[in-house]
Design a binder for this molecule. Structure first.
Ligand code: CA
Length: 525
């Protein structure tokens, strides 16, 4: 069906708007208000709504996303080649906890069926995870996991999956460098993710720098619920649940595999005794992220996610948003929405740390945008950031996590991570998410093995073409078929269904997932 020329302006003050039509629009196309295109404008790209003189501010989201490099008459195509990017806001003199979040009544009565954990958290899946201390053991563990899945798992029908927590860290690294705590606590906290039921087992090589007791010091592992002597929140140590490949008891490869399988059997037995029980929606811990973004991300999928974020916060849940370089240009929006000055200062601390980290590598936040982002209409990181922040909704920001830290509170949390899809996802798994929501405009098959990933398409064209990869089509918002609220509620209800295991995500059905990728800002040796 041919659609008449349509654009979307985000804010009444904006002097550019986004072309909605599939395939873009040709020179001479006339919009309902009489605006005529002076040149062809691709879908998702910006058109000037007013005559811009050289040096004029280009406004989208009522934010300066650039300055005109030349005169740009009304109807011109506005892209990265004709605007100059503004400098990032400084980190001094920012508004601190100045904005009061809109009054939002609590949302009651929403529940999901989850697996209650000894530490009080709830899982959405019942998975055996095998922690690794070092890259050297990765393939041995993978080999064991393949055999566990085919030979043992069928005997434990209440267990959903077995995953190897493989990574490239553990040796050949400056393990005493201050920043080494980031990858170490990430592996530790991933092992304690709510979807693994507190059943920690580990495979070590033996000679590596990251020794098991350094990865999991005594007191880090919750005592399993099966042990009814233990109180909720009580912790123990790894209790010998470690297979060391260099152990003299191992004669050959098969002996290692048998040891891993034997230990896995004990944990599968306990996991298999667990049953789903009704949990309040406040037990959800949701990580939101975007990847392969386009200009529709900030118009459709991300605002719908933002609406769902507010619903979740109203229901008492925890929602975390991340991706430092995609919020850096809107840092004032974050510090002003902080629940208190301490939270605002923690946001500034994380931004400063990341500014310094990028500077050490001779880069800045503009290194973020990809060719695909630009093809999708995002001229620069400022425009991308404004569309990205919307995922956080309107609630007050109640807490901040440094990379790899585990969340300990409810509400809207800023979890500082790189924007890299895999690293952000990995750090959110460490932070304790039990469900992940991922928006995409260009399209990515991204998923995780550790938590279900709900993927939201920003455009209906992508949702149609990738019908078996995309869980939600938010493109209906651009064409006026649905509102942001409609898609926000659809997503919220889908989260409860997926969390309960009543539905699987597209990626779960296809058994697609990406590897964990650790963030190691410390030197390697
Ligand atoms: Ca990302």
């Amino acid at each position: 069906m041919e659609q008449s020329p349509l654009y979307i302006r985000v804010h009444p003050n904006d002097n550019v708007a986004i072309v909605v039509n599939d395939g873009g629009l040709p020179e001479g196309a006339v919009f309902a208000d009489g605006l005529v295109l002076r040149e062809r404008v691709p879908q998702g790209h910006k058109v000037a709504l007013a005559d811009l003189a050289e040096g004029d501010e280009v406004l989208r989201y009522n934010v300066v996303i650039g300055y005109a490099l030349k005169a740009l008459p009304k109807g011109s195509w506005i892209n990265e080649h004709v605007i100059r990017m503004p400098s990032p806001p400084g980190l001094d003199g920012l508004p601190i906890a100045t904005v009061r979040a809109p009054e939002m009544p609590p949302l009651e009565g929403f529940t999901f069926e989850g697996y209650r954990n000894p530490d009080g958290t709830a899982g959405t899946r019942n998975i055996l995870a095998i922690t690794t201390t070092v890259q050297c053991v990765a393939d041995v563990v993978q080999h064991a996991v393949t055999r566990i899945k085919s030979e043992l798992l069928p005997r434990y029908p209440n267990v959903d999956d077995v995953v190897s927590l493989g990574h490239t860290y553990g040796c050949g690294v400056a393990i005493d460098a201050p920043d080494a705590m980031v990858p170490i606590r990430t592996v530790r906290n991933i092992s304690l993710n709510p979807n693994f039921g507190g059943e920690v087992m580990m495979v070590s090589l033996g000679c590596e720098k990251l020794q098991p007791e350094r990865l999991m010091p005594p007191g880090t592992i919750p005592i399993a619920a099966a042990n009814d002597v233990a109180d909720v929140g009580e912790t123990g140590d790894i209790n010998g649940d470690v297979v060391v490949l260099q152990d003299e008891a191992h004669i050959g490869f098969q002996s290692m595999i048998e040891s891993i399988m034997k230990m896995a059997g004990h944990h599968l037995e306990r996991l298999n005794n667990r049953r789903r029980e009704t949990c309040p929606a406040s037990d959800l811990v949701i990580g939101v992220q975007c990847g392969g973004s386009d200009a529709f991300s900030g118009l459709t999928a991300n605002p719908a996610v933002g609406f769902a974020t507010d619903l979740l916060v109203r229901a008492g849940a925890t929602v975390m948003f991340s991706e430092v370089t995609e919020v850096r240009d809107g840092v004032d929006q974050l510090t002003s929405r902080a629940a208190n000055p301490e939270v605002a200062q923690a946001i500034i601390r994380e931004m400063q740390w990341y500014d310094d980290y990028l500077k050490r590598g001779g880069a800045d936040r503009s290194a973020n945008t990809t060719p695909g982002n630009k093809k999708g209409g995002l001229s620069n990181i400022v425009e991308k950031a404004m569309g990205s922040i919307i995922k956080s909704g309107n609630s007050a920001i109640s807490g901040v996590l440094s990379p790899g830290e585990k969340v300990k509170q409810k509400g809207l949390i800023y979890a500082a991570t790189p924007a890299s899809d895999f690293i952000c996802g990995t750090l959110q798994v460490a932070a304790g998410i039990n469900l992940h929501v991922f928006t995409t405009g260009r399209g990515t098959p991204y998923s995780l093995a550790e938590v279900p990933v709900i993927k939201v398409a920003t455009r209906s064209d992508l949702a149609r073409r990738w019908h078996d990869l995309m869980d939600v089509d938010a493109g209906t918002i651009a064409t006026g078929k649905a509102s942001i609220e409609d898609v926000g509620w659809e997503l919220f209800r889908l989260m409860l269904e997926i969390a309960s295991g009543r539905k699987k995500t597209c990626a779960e059905t296809l058994k697609l997932h990406n590897a964990l990728v650790l963030f190691n800002p410390a030197p390697v040796t």
